[in-house]
Design a protein around this ligand. Structure first.
Ligand SMILES: [Zn+2]
Length: 337
């Protein structure tokens, strides 16, 4: 009898224990669902760092450099020392997005003497973060500089921003752009005209490159402000005879041939030298931006096995040359006489 009574008491106790365990399990379930199965994503970083102004849609410029200057003033563009770009990812960049960015970095590393390296205490570096916009400064700024990325799924939007960070302006900012494209000023969104300024003293290389990954698309900053605008639907009109490029400008699928060539010259191999008879600067050291004006010193200064790049022109080159070098004329029409 006693034995039976004990059993009777145990059964309700077991039931109670199971009931409590179920409540605990339910509470745990509620707790998990309240917090979410995955960590909450960090909020996007502010697109424009303090002290900077966004120009041309995605270029970060120090505001103090803009003060008191015409909007199309030339900004000093500094290249990264030895082509080495130390970088760090913000904590808000996921591992897959980091991998995607490394792919875009590789696109430039494959064509120029550029090396993106994880930052190891360097004072000048790029801080890459997830943001609501894509933007970058042009060239090395000194200290830490921000690269904002929104389109992590677009390899060549990222390559475009890296192109800025390495020193490239927009292709349609070239001093000679008005010979190739017409800016439809009336069709630009209010307050955004400055995005179409030319950089008249900016460097340029080769023919105007409609295929550049650094070119705007035809509808950048478009608004149908007038019937004419509504009809054409664009802010950039490609001029004759290049109209076939009209819908192709602004591609973000590859680095153009000229993108690759220009970047390789801005960040050249150590045994490359340059000659440009049209160069008018004072300093000549055989580099892309300060090339030799004459062929003989360029040839003589090219290391054994190196490459001498010669710009179009006719050069007086009478002499005896023993150095084994490769001579290249990327734009053709070079005469040595
Ligand atoms: Zn840009």
């Amino acid at each position: 009898m006693k034995h039976v009574q004990t059993r009777k008491r145990i059964v309700p106790l077991l039931t109670l224990a199971i009931f409590v365990a179920m409540i605990l399990a339910l509470n745990r379930t509620n707790l998990v669902s309240a917090q979410g199965p995955t960590p909450t994503p960090l909020p996007p970083k502010p697109p424009v760092p303090e002290g900077f102004t966004l120009i041309e849609g995605d270029i970060l410029v120090r505001t103090d450099l803009l003060t008191g200057r015409a909007p199309n003033a030339v900004y000093a563009t500094n290249f990264w020392t030895n082509g080495i770009v130390p970088y760090e990812f913000d904590a808000n960049v996921t591992a897959p997005n980091q991998t995607a960015m490394l792919q875009a970095m590789g696109d430039w590393e494959n064509v120029a003497n550029v090396d993106f390296r994880p930052r190891n205490g360097e004072g000048n570096y790029a801080h890459i973060q997830d943001s609501t916009v894509n933007s970058s400064s042009v060239g090395m700024q000194g200290g830490g500089q921000t690269i904002n990325i929104f389109n992590w799924n677009s390899e060549f939007i990222m390559a475009h921003e890296l192109g800025h960070a390495l020193g490239l302006w927009h292709e349609q900012s070239r001093p000679d752009r008005d010979s190739f494209v017409q800016i439809e000023w009336d069709c630009i969104q209010s307050g955004e005209s400055h995005n179409f300024n030319r950089h008249d003293e900016a460097g340029q290389y080769g023919a105007y490159d409609f295929d550049s990954v650094m070119h705007y698309g035809q509808a950048a900053f478009f608004t149908p402000a007038t019937p004419y605008c509504a009809t054409i639907g664009r802010t950039i009109t490609v001029l004759s005879p290049n109209q076939a490029w009209q819908t192709l400008i602004g591609q973000r699928t590859h680095l153009s041939n000229m993108d690759q060539l220009t970047m390789s010259f801005l960040y050249p191999e150590s045994d490359w030298r340059f000659v440009d008879g049209a160069y008018t600067g004072d300093t000549e050291n055989g580099m892309f931006l300060t090339p030799y004006k004459q062929f003989p010193p360029g040839f003589t200064a090219t290391p054994f096995g190196g490459t001498l790049w010669v710009q179009p022109g006719t050069y007086s080159s009478v002499g005896t040359y023993n150095n084994a070098v490769t001579i290249r004329a990327p734009l053709g029409n070079v005469t040595l006489q």
